[in-house]
Each structure stands twice: as structure tokens, then as C-alpha cells.
Design a protein around this ligand. Structure first.
Ligand code: SER
Length: 316
């Protein structure tokens, strides 16, 4: 049977790119993109959907005969701190709706993204293992850590095939992130290519795990296409791309823009980043479903500069 895929949060940083890849993989007519607002970049099937509304979600699932859900909507780490209880309520309510609708309608698969934000001070900071202790210090991280447990619960209790990845900070030229602690690593490229000064909200030496968009999308597709019996971890898989700090990115960008100016003005997001791992051990992802990243810092910077130049200065 053909998969009918529902994407929740299709207008977001990952959704924008993942919808296209899913269309490519499953066929244009088999992907239903949804978000709380209509976006103009979707030609394909799009529905306005607020995933906190279970009836609305049920209607879309029934209308299109959905068999898989990619639930990408969430309030991220930095934005989430503005309204802790509201963030918890929204992130958890959406997840519960997705899990319940998937259970009741016996969907084949669910994708639920987790994050490096599940880790806190008590996890090893370097080469953090998959089963490290989780004591997140943000509401976003708490909602992801709890969400992982719920994902596993639905698998054990109901046999629902929920799969999850702990994404590092995602860097891509196709879309902009919103409300995260790793957002600087996208914004910095836009400023560099526009030849403007960049004000960085993290300290220059704050190393964080990052991943290039193409790697993040490929990891998602590979995880979701892997045979069910290969998925041994039902909370979430660690996923590594490449780890670096603002000063590492700046040094690499200066190979293209030697005059690039950066000012460091760390704010509350520095405290969030300071409790996250510096690098991730993703050996389980590599053993269970063959994960291998392709982009290191040099290739990320080269690709970002090239693609953003094409966007901003199309005739050069
Ligand atoms: N990139 C996310 C954030 O910064 C982490 O999942 O919130």
C-alpha cells in the first residue's frame, strides 16, 4: 500500500525541506503539508492545521487516509523560556494528539524529532552517549525528554511504530530557524554573504553539535525507511554531524570574506548552550540503520556561502 504522509509544522526550518524530500520519495499527491498558517511556497496539498486541536487533526487524517505522521511542530529552546508553562502545554498537547490519533487510526509510522536539548549538566559533555543521563534545563528539552519516553511507551504498550532522532543544531540555506539556541549558526551566513557585521549571542568558544540540513533530512529518511526490526532504540537516536564553535565558523567564513566582522554579546542563550553537549556519540544510529554524516565544517561553509550568494546575488 502507498504511504500517505502528513507533515505537521511544514513551514518550519526542517519542514520546508523535508516536505520536498517526502514528495520526491512518496509522490507529490501522497504528502499533505500542514501548519498553523498557509505558506506561499507550497504548490502541493496544504491544510491549515493547529495540532493542539485533536478534532482538526483527526479530520485531516481521515480526509486523506493518512498512514504516516511527521510531527515537526514545537516551540524551541530559547523561545520556550519566555513562557515555560505555555511551552510545556503546547509541545506536550501536540505530541499527545499525534500519538493518540496515530494509535486510534492505526497509522503505520510516526516521526517525532527530539534534540540535543534533552541533555543537561550530568551528561558527559564530550562524545555524549545515547544512554547518558537526561536532566534538561530548558522547558523545550524537558518536553523532548518526556516526549521520548512517551514515544517508547506507545511503542511498548500499543505497538505504535514511533521513531525519533536527537537533532543537533541544523544549518541550511533553504529556510530560517526560529527560536532556537543554535539559530546563530544559520544567521551568521546571511550576514556574511550580505557583508554585514554579525552580533553573536553565544561566546566565541561555545562548541555545539551541528548538522547540515541535507544530512539531517537524509538521516530522517533513512531512519524512517529502515526495517522495523532494525530500530532498537525507541526513545530517540543520537545523531552527529560535526561540532564547532562560533569562532570556528568565523575562521572558515573568512576564507571567503576576509573582512567579515563579528561582535560577541552573549545573552541568556549562552546559559542554555553551556549545559548542552559539545559532541555526540551516534554509534547506535550507525550500527542500527547505517547512519554516516557527509558534511564537515569546511563543506558546510562552502555550500552555505555558495547557495546564499545565489539567493542574494542571483546574477553574479
Ligand atoms: N536547535 C534547537 C534549539 O536550539 C535544538 O533542538 O532549540
Amino acid at each position: 500500500m502507498k504511504a500517505k504522509v502528513l507533515v505537521i509544522g511544514a513551514n518550519g526550518q526542517l519542514g520546508t525541506v523535508l516536505v520536498k524530500e517526502l514528495q520526491h520519495h512518496h509522490g507529490l499527491d501522497n504528502v499533505v503539508a500542514t501548519d498553523i498558517k498557509k505558506a506561499h511556497n507550497f504548490k502541493e496539498t496544504f491544510e491549515v492545521l493547529d495540532a493542539t486541536n485533536r478534532i482538526g487533526l483527526t479530520e485531516v487524517v481521515t480526509k486523506y487516509g493518512i498512514t504516516q505522521i511527521y510531527h515537526l511542530a514545537a516551540i524551541l529552546s530559547a523561545k520556550g523560556e519566555e513562557n515555560p508553562l505555555g511551552t510545556w502545554d503546547l509541545n506536550m498537547r501536540m505530541l499527545f494528539n499525534v500519538l493518540e490519533v496515530a494509535r486510534i487510526h492505526e497509522l503505520d509510522k510516526v516521526f517525532f524529532p527530539s534534540s540535543i536539548a534533552v541533555f543537561g549538566e550530568d551528561a558527559p559533555w564530550v562524545n555524549t552517549p545515547n544512554n547518558a543521563f537526561l536532566n534538561p534545563a530548558t522547558v523545550y528539552g524537558m518536553s523532548k525528554a518526556a516526549g521520548e519516553q512517551w514515544a517508547q511507551y506507545y511503542f511498548i504498550r500499543y505497538g505504535l511504530d514511533v521513531r525519533s532522532l536527537r537533532y543537533p543544531g541544523v544549518i541550511g540555506y533553504q529556510s530560517l530557524p526560529g527560536g532556537g539556541t543554535t539559530d546563530y549558526a544559520v544567521d551568521i551566513f546571511h550576514k556574511a554573504v550580505l557583508e554585514e557585521e554579525f552580533v553573536c549571542f553565544l561566546n566565541e568558544d561555545t562548541t555545539l553539535p551541528m548538522i547540515f540540513m541535507d544530512d539531517a533530512i537524509r538521516a530522517t529518511m533513512e531512519l524512517m525507511e529502515a526495517p522495523k526490526e532494525n530500530i532498537k532504540i525507541r526513545t530517540a537516536y543520537n545523531l552527529a554531524g560535526s561540532s564547532f564553535s562560533p569562532e570556528d565558523i568565523v575562521a572558515e567564513i573568512r576564507n571567503y570574506y576576509p573582512e567579515f566582522k563579528v561582535k560577541y554579546e552573549p545573552d541568556f542563550r549562552q546559559d542554555i548552550a553551556a549545559r548542552w553537549p559539545k559532541s555526540i556519540n551516534d554509534v547506535e544510529a550507525s550500527l542500527d540503520w547505517g547512519w554516516k554524516p557527509e558534511y564537515d565544517l569546511e563543506r558546510i561553509v562552502r555550500t552555505m556561502v555558495q547557495k546564499l550568494k545565489e539567493q542574494y546575488i542571483p546574477h553574479e
